[in-house]
Ligand binder design. Structure first.
Ligand SMILES: [Fe+2]
Length: 285
């Protein structure tokens, strides 16, 4: 095998982080790493991020990239922490600029918060290819859940971010700013068109306490049995189902903490005059 994928499941947020390794060069990319964050105490932990770091160090890997599939709304990225431990360039899709522009206003950030994505080390364009050792990775823009969503394809495997979930769970929500169900439908078709034997590495799963997460499924599994977007579901039907489902969903518990860190490439807020760091929650009546 020319590459290996090691996956890690973060039970509190259901997030799946992956490490893609080029078997020949031992270079690796870390995809969607997260912090442990307790919203009640404000405490940030690195136990989960440390597992990834230990895997990289324990296998003598050289971290080249830390890849985000999008600015997540359910967990804080630990990209900066990981970079400090093992190196690597932090990258995301160029659609992050639109997400930054929107949330700069939501969080009342000053004009000094750049919205050109410069907080990241690199912004990918749709269809861009880059190298990891002897592997070539293709970036596929897959908007719909968010403006900045991308998938990363390496040979017959794709890290799909929040496009599709496990077949029994359906697809990602489309009611965030910049989200659009018809756009997500088209993005998912792009992924399906890669071929039925393609392996899709998921970004989330929410198993029961003693159940393992679903980490990877094939395109064939999805088009046969995905509850929201199998081959039997038309665009119109999907949009209707998705919109209905989204109207009943709660705001993610970590939306505000996550977004303000994640649009800033994982940098935590600058300390106040008192030397402490704070996250903001906009309030409204
Ligand atoms: Fe997401």
């Amino acid at each position: 095998m020319r590459y290996h994928i090691e996956s890690f499941h973060h039970r509190p947020t259901g997030t799946l982080s992956h490490i893609l390794v080029c078997a020949h060069s031992k270079q690796c990319a870390i995809i969607d790493p997260c912090y442990d964050f307790d919203i009640f105490s404000g405490r940030i932990g690195t136990d989960s991020a440390d597992k990834l770091v230990r895997y990289v160090q324990g296998n003598n890997l050289e971290c080249q990239w830390i890849l985000e599939t999008h600015a997540h709304a359910d967990h804080l990225t630990s990209a900066q922490w990981i970079k400090k431990q093992v190196g690597g360039k932090i990258a995301i899709g160029e659609g992050i600029q639109k997400v930054q522009l929107h949330f700069r206003e939501v969080f009342g950030l000053s004009d000094s918060f750049p919205t050109d994505g410069r907080q990241f080390d690199y912004l990918f364009k749709d269809q861009e290819e880059f190298v990891l050792g002897e592997l070539s990775i293709k970036v596929i823009a897959t908007p719909g859940h968010t403006n900045d969503s991308v998938s990363y394809q390496v040979e017959d495997s794709v890290f799909v971010g929040d496009t599709v979930f496990a077949p029994h769970r359906g697809s990602a929500r489309c009611d965030f700013p910049g989200g659009d169900a018809a756009t997500l439908y088209q993005s998912i078709q792009k992924i399906f068109d890669i071929g039925e034997s393609t392996h899709l590495y998921l970004c989330h799963d929410y198993p029961g306490e003693n159940e393992p997460p679903v980490i990877c499924v094939t395109v064939a599994d999805q088009i046969e049995s995905n509850v929201q977007i199998s081959r039997y579901v038309s665009l119109e039907e999907y949009v209707k189902k998705r919109t209905q489902r989204d109207s009943g969903l709660a705001i993610p518990k970590l939306l505000y903490p996550s977004i303000q860190v994640n649009i800033n490439a994982g940098h935590l807020p600058e300390p106040n005059n008192d030397g402490r760091q704070y996250l903001k929650i906009p309030i409204k009546f």
